[in-house]
Design a binder for this molecule. Structure first.
Ligand code: DAT
Length: 180
């Protein structure tokens, strides 16, 4: 951290984070479609490039190899223009991102989404607690400058569409301010 020069970007990098089920992947796909930015689904990348140390059988999730993941992504992030989709946000270098979006979902809406995914009870409870305790939001506030962290409500399709429009409008303004 701090040793890698932060080259100026022509396009912004956006992190879309939040508890599993809050809508990161759907929102990222729609935003990529609307903006032309490239969506990077970090969970898929971890699986496809084996950037993990095996499966945690209790939670049925991969044990991340953070160093391998950051090395794998570094060159891709450098020129900008990426939407990074992941349920955790404190593992990435702060310098990578121009905007950090934290999606939030009400308990009564999130629970059935997690059930519909076929998560086991332990995983559902862990994720519900994560959302109730605002774990990802606090992580984002601790890891990034206050002015780049935005909390957006993601309970309905309407809210998701609104969020995509807001992110697109933010990006258009970023290009006016920073693009060359
Ligand atoms: P995540 O990537 O955060 O785990 P997802 O994009 O895969 O979440 O969405 C999980 C499920 O919930 C999927 O079936 C789409 C649905 N969903 C997500 N956000 C939504 C929203 N704002 N309104 C309605 N459905 C939503």
């Amino acid at each position: 951290e701090g040793e890698v020069p932060n080259y100026p970007r022509n396009m912004p990098n956006i992190l879309i984070t939040g508890t599993p089920g809050t809508g990161k992947t759907t929102t990222s796909e729609m935003t990529a479609e609307a903006t032309g930015l490239m969506h990077i689904n970090v969970g898929d990348l971890v699986k496809s490039k084996s950037l993990h140390e095996g499966l945690d059988t209790e939670y049925d999730s991969y044990i991340l190899d953070e160093d391998k993941l950051i090395d794998e992504m570094e060159e891709t992030m450098r020129p900008g223009g990426k939407i990074v989709d992941f349920h955790s946000c404190d593992i990435f270098p702060e310098r990578w991102f121009d905007l950090v979006v934290v999606l939030r979902t009400d308990n009564g809406v999130l629970y059935p989404r997690l059930e519909a995914r076929g998560y086991n009870a332990k995983k559902i409870n862990e994720n519900m607690e994560c959302e109730i305790m605002q774990v990802v939001l606090e992580e984002a506030r601790e890891s990034y400058a206050e002015q780049i962290v935005v909390e957006l409500s993601s309970n309905s399709i309407g809210e998701m569409e609104e969020n995509v429009s807001r992110i697109k409008a933010w990006m258009d303004q970023w290009v006016i301010n920073n693009g060359r």
